[in-house]
Design a protein around this ligand. Structure first.
Ligand code: 5GP
Length: 190
């Protein structure tokens, strides 16, 4: 299948990437959320095939072996996440552009593999302190997990220049408008 366009939204955990992703999908019917495969536990309210394709580590490894992933990462200890080629092809076949909400390393892989077809947007939290407050206020993570995510976030922020566009999320409305402008320009390009 011919390679179409890919839009990636990436960020450290807690930077507000999901809110921006939600806004973009609500307002642009030509965009479609790329549902990733994941081996982590399903959280309350999550639906298989909507939020993720939940699968066992064995099933995931089998797909890695069969080269079914465009990229995959062990994002958190013992939890694998990956973008299935079949998912991207399904979205292209519908005449839409996939929106990938993936971690920084996975985003760099796709950007390197398809530099001309990819728009990668890095969502930066206003500060490390704000990021920590957001992670705590979610109330879903243990202290240990918060500390792991914080050290990972500092590393990820150091990689921000690898991406096409950096959007600082100090004001959600402004960040959404900036992201919308960037994706609209990108799809209009031949
Ligand atoms: P969560 O477990 O909170 O849903 O997601 C954890 C992290 O995994 C998020 O930063 C999310 O963007 C990332 N992620 C989700 N799907 C993929 C994927 O297919 N590939 C990669 N590399 N990261 C992913």
């Amino acid at each position: 299948m011919a390679i179409g366009k890919i839009i990636i939204l990436t960020a450290p955990s807690g930077a507000g990437k999901s809110s921006i992703s939600y806004h973009l999908l609500e307002n642009n019917e030509w965009l479609a959320f790329s549902v990733s495969a994941a081996t982590r536990e399903k959280r309350k309210g999550e639906i298989d095939g909507v939020h993720y394709y939940f699968m066992s580590p064995e099933e995931f490894r089998e797909k890695v072996k069969n080269n079914e992933f465009l990229e995959w990462e062990m994002v958190y200890k013992d939890n694998y996440y990956g973008t299935l080629r079949s998912e991207i092809e399904r979205i292209w076949a519908e005449g839409k552009t996939p929106l990938l909400d993936i971690d920084v390393k996975g985003a760099i892989h796709i950007e390197q593999e398809y530099p001309n077809n990819t728009l990668s947007i890095f969502v930066q939290p206003p500060s490390i302190e704000v990021l920590e407050d957001r992670l705590r206020s979610r109330g879903t993570e243990s202290e240990e997990k918060i500390q792991t995510r914080m050290s990972k976030a500092a590393y990820e922020i150091s990689l921000r220049d690898s991406f096409d566009k950096i959007i600082v999320n100090d004001d959600l409305d402004r960040a959404c408008a900036e992201a919308e402008k960037a994706i609209t320009q990108f799809v209009k390009q031949p």
